[in-house]
Design a protein around this ligand. Structure first.
Ligand code: AHR
Length: 561
């Protein structure tokens, strides 16, 4: 009853707000409960945009830890800098002291590493500095876990690991002496505690002694990750998501699913297992908007599909993966896999269900168990494509629907309705869906606050013969996308709230909704507005966030006429 009352209150509040001073009587028939509001009604949309994953919720502090960015030394500087008549790169990098080696023939997924050659180096004579993601956020008295992969043949080389602030003051340090000298790759970790808080720290590794050492996967994580998991997620950001009590987590996007071209589409199988085996690719948002170019934006997949499933489980939400169906982004290359090449794409989808739900004796269930989660993740739904449209989408959707339903009849399938919520593309797909009857159709609306206010009744008289609605991406934009003036505000938040009353009122057909995008770094965004903003040390909720929280935390059980 408490929840029903809260629902009534929120309807009354927003209706009252919108009608300003007009006097209206609202009659609520509390004894005539209508449609059930789905437990999944209010969820979250996660996409690695605005540095949401690398440089964001994935707590790794070292940028370009495996030297796989297009420019292998991106984020790294050879030390000392500035006391020589030439740039250190000219002298040291590529000339024998510091060399990037490519072993693609032996390791296609993590081909590069760095080779350091020293001859009687003293501490401070040769070092490697990592700048982090626009600095590293370091907290006083926090433990930091430094680790790397190394290979050397002769013992004797030591490393001094230091966190420093902008003035060079050391905030914490440790010694790193390789334990093995057998010419094989080894992983080793050391921990140390920071003595001060600093938003823009850097990490330097100084080399001492003589020898040749190969390094890869140079990494630094804080101790206070979510649930204190080593190599985990930023706890403050996950807490913000948990506080929303979302009904589902949609991942990994968004356009990330599609890729600018098929080669850079999201492939979940490449995102699980040891992090050093997860092949890095460029993030599509690196180059998407010329005015917001982010050359250091890549996907390491440290936050991969296993972590996404576990995140959803941790915060009590249903997992909702969206998979590529053989189509790259139609706003970019629009590449498609031909229909006779679709099998591997469908197989990825089938295998994902087995990965999430399969018994530990199945091939992919065993992989999940090996990763530490023998219990199933209880995957119940899957999206086929993101913002895809046209007959080419329908052709591929049919193959996915048939293949998935044959093997997993209970799985709910979510279809794309293009990037539009009306017009030719949208209407064509909706007509097809009347026949194909996917369980849900994914509608997206990015529009002005006025549009949201004027469309609160969008679903009141909606055709109820088709799929249920997943309002999979929406946000009120105060200006056009990419414009710096496009901001979160009380106005955008209240207009979304008004619209959301219309979604909830039509809970018989609107089963799910998620604001988008979710996260944005204040100094590395490509798209705004966004629900939650953060920097290296802080997290900031927007008015739009509080609207989501208000609705989600006070979700009613039934709609009342
Ligand atoms: O939310 C940002 C982008 O908007 C998503 O990646 C895409 O699906 C939509 O166009």
């Amino acid at each position: 009853m408490k929840k029903i009352i809260l629902t009534i209150l929120s309807v009354c509040f927003f209706t009252g707000f919108l009608l300003a001073q007009d006097k209206h009587n609202i009659t609520v028939k509390a004894n005539k409960p209508g449609a059930e509001i789905q437990p999944t009604m209010w969820g979250i949309f996660f996409e690695d945009i605005n540095m949401a994953a690398d440089g964001g919720i994935y707590a790794e502090l070292v940028k370009n830890r495996s030297f796989e960015f297009s420019k292998p030394m991106d984020g790294w500087t050879v030390q000392p800098v500035g006391d020589r008549p030439y740039q250190p790169f000219q002298k040291q990098f590529g000339e024998g002291t510091v060399v990037i080696v490519n072993r693609e023939d032996k390791n296609a997924v993590n081909p590069r590493f760095i080779r350091i050659t020293t001859n009687n180096a003293t501490k401070d004579s040769l070092g490697l500095t990592n700048e982090g993601f626009r600095g590293m956020g370091i907290k006083k008295d926090m433990r930091y876990d430094f680790s790397l992969m190394y290979r050397n043949k002769t013992p004797g080389l030591k490393m001094h690991v230091e966190l420093v602030d902008s003035t060079g003051t050391v905030l914490g340090s440790t010694m790193f002496t390789p334990r093995e000298a057998d010419g094989n790759w080894h992983k080793q970790a050391e921990t140390f505690t920071a003595n001060a808080t600093e938003a823009k720290a850097k990490l330097t590794i100084w080399f001492e002694g003589s020898g040749i050492i190969d390094l890869d996967m140079i990494s630094l994580f804080p101790e206070d990750t979510w649930k204190n998991r080593p190599g985990g997620l930023r706890a403050d950001l996950v807490q913000m998501l948990a506080d929303l009590k979302p009904g589902f987590v949609r991942f990994p996007g968004g356009c990330i699913v599609e890729g600018r071209e098929l080669a850079t589409r999201y492939q979940w199988k490449k995102t699980i297992g040891p992090v050093e085996d997860r092949q890095l690719i460029i993030n599509r948002w690196n180059t998407e908007f010329a005015s917001r170019s982010t050359p250091d934006y890549f996907q390491t997949f440290g936050l991969g599909f296993f972590e996404y499933f576990r995140l959803a489980e941790d915060i009590g939400a249903e997992p909702l993966p969206i998979l590529n169906c053989g189509m790259a982004c139609q706003f970019n290359t629009a590449e498609v896999a031909t229909l006779d090449q679709i099998d591997p794409y469908l197989q990825d989808a089938l295998d994902l269900v087995e990965f999430a739900n399969g018994d530990v004796n199945t091939q992919w269930g065993a992989v999940r168990a090996k990763l530490g989660h023998p219990e199933p993740f209880n995957l119940k739904m899957m999206g086929v494509g993101n913002e895809n449209w046209g007959p080419q989408y329908i052709d591929r959707f049919k193959i996915f629907q048939k293949g998935l339903k044959e093997k997993y009849p209970q799985l709910k399938i979510i279809a794309s309705t293009s990037a539009e919520y009306q017009g030719e593309r949208f209407n064509y797909l909706n007509t097809e869906f009347k026949t194909l009857q996917p369980e849900l159709a994914d509608e997206h609306y990015y529009n002005s606050p006025s549009w949201f206010l004027q469309n609160t009744a969008r679903y009141d008289n909606y055709d109820r013969s088709g799929p249920a609605i997943f309002a999979g991406e929406y946000a009120a934009h105060s200006s056009h996308t990419g414009n710096t003036e496009n901001k979160n505000s009380l106005r955008t938040a209240v207009s979304e709230a008004a619209f959301m009353t219309g979604l909830e009122r039509n809970a018989d057909i609107v089963h799910m909704a998620s604001y988008a995008p979710l996260l944005a770094r204040v100094d590395a965004w490509q798209w705004k507005p966004d629900l939650i903003w953060f920097d290296n040390l802080n997290v900031y909720a927007t008015p739009d966030y509080y609207v989501q929280k208000l609705f989600s935390n006070n979700k009613g059980t039934n709609v009342l006429p």
